[in-house]
Design a protein around this ligand. Structure first.
Ligand SMILES: [Zn+2]
Length: 82
């Protein structure tokens, strides 16, 4: 199963929030959940909806990730600064 988030302003619908599990509130489409086809099951695509509060939280985390990219490794020969 894969989850692809693509936050973009769009029409909001009443529904359940994917992130915080609240239901019956205004949500926007935040991405899509996909699963590949295979023996016993067919490929599927399910849209993901989140509430406004979670949209902001996800956006904030996204901005954070862009401004301070995590280093997956430390280059040889360089000591950690602390
Ligand atoms: Zn939420």
């Amino acid at each position: 199963m894969n989850i692809a988030l693509s936050l973009s302003p769009g029409t909001s619908v009443m529904g359940d929030c994917f992130r915080c599990d609240r239901s019956g509130l205004q949500t926007i489409r935040a991405g899509v959940m996909t699963s590949p086809g295979g023996p016993g099951h067919v490929a599927g695509e399910t849209p993901i909806f989140v509430c406004r509060a979670c949209e902001r939280a996800l956006l904030a985390r996204h901005m954070e990730a862009q401004t301070s990219p995590a280093r997956p490794y430390v280059r040889p020969g360089l000591h950690h600064p602390h």
